[in-house]
Design a protein around this ligand. Sequence first.
Ligand SMILES: Cc1cc2nc3c(=O)[nH]c(=O)nc-3n(C[C@H](O)[C@H](O)[C@H](O)COP(=O)(O)OP(=O)(O)OC[C@H]3O[C@@H](n4cnc5c(N)ncnc54)[C@H](O)[C@@H]3O)c2cc1C
Length: 355
Amino acid sequence: MLEREDGLGRHQTGNNSGVIHAGIYYAPGSLKAELCVRGAARMYAYCESKGIAFEKCGKLIVALEEAELLGLEELQRRGATNGVPGLRRLDASGIREVEPHATGIAALHSPETGIVDFRAVAQAYARDLLEAGGSIVTGCDVRSLEAGARSLSIHHAGGVVEASNAVCCAGAWSDRLAVASGADPDPRIVPFRGAYLQLTPVRRDLVRSLIYPVPDPSLPFLGVHLTKRIDGEVLIGPTALLGTRGLGRTLAWPGSWRMFRRWWRTGLTEIKHAALRRTFVAEAARYLPAIEPGDVTPSFVGFRAQAVARDGSLVDDFVFSRTERALHVRNAPSPGATSSLAIAEMIADEAERAF
Ligand SMILES: Cc1cc2nc3c(=O)[nH]c(=O)nc-3n(C[C@H](O)[C@H](O)[C@H](O)COP(=O)(O)OP(=O)(O)OC[C@H]3O[C@@H](n4cnc5c(N)ncnc54)[C@H](O)[C@@H]3O)c2cc1C
């Protein structure tokens, strides 16, 4: 395994909400739906077998207004079709039983949703790889892959490695690596900056588990949510703002401009959330009225590798592609961490067929 950073889990895997999603949101029949439900079951079993701390704390998706009830019903329908176990509908008093400080007119409760530290999971995957006889080289930036008749030349910062085949899982760089190996430039990865706040330790008891809004079905983001972490911290966020890292590259992609034209209103709201802690907290206080600006401090920032198609659409589903002697993970946004073991099984099957 060749990794450009000096350690593992430095990008999305080590800087995310830490939620083991149950599979509620995703369109039935999509790869996300299938791989999330299977991946969550695999993830719980894996953590159990490796002694990695996790908690099935459950999650509420809360409707505040009548207008959101249809969306909530659709989520319940999707969840049931996707095979998510234990989903139940709650009224206002049911919400308070699960989360005494939360408010809303109705909610969907998912008892199977949980939390884990995905950095610890990645470290365990690395140990598995070493135990199976593999090796890991860090500080090794892969630049391109060149397929020959007998082998694949992997050009990296320190030279060239010859391999029979390769699987590329490069997150925010996945499109560049795929294109440098001869793949189609569509879709392009556009980085979105996700900043989090956290509750101060004395206010953590406001949240027992996970509180989410009913998401906008046309966006692949889940909205500002309150998330208990396995270490006890409570996160609020994330924002979803266009990342400025590699902005020139983002602007050179025609799909980015088409996306701006479609989503500029949402973009303005996100800029407001990112710039003004008060409006960000006010958004969270719609679900948790007791929370005030003085109850939060800044937490970490995660960069979401989101694929954007040439026509400007945000690619919702996982995308995998092939070049000669190589497989590429082209779009693995949330719930990619939850789904990782199911994605790995799928890629291993595909590798057996293709190689
Ligand atoms: C803010 C945020 C919140 C999220 N919350 C959740 C959640 O609660 N639950 C969930 O299931 N998912 C969540 N996700 C999604 C999840 O984190 C990702 O789906 C998952 O981590 C993707 O893993 P990855 O290995 O594809 O990418 P990454 O974790 O980004 O890893 C890519 C790796 O490739 C390396 N690399 C890149 N280019 C090269 C190169 N040229 N040569 C060598 N190495 C290279 C990088 O250094 C990095 O280590 C969230 C994501 C974000 C950003």
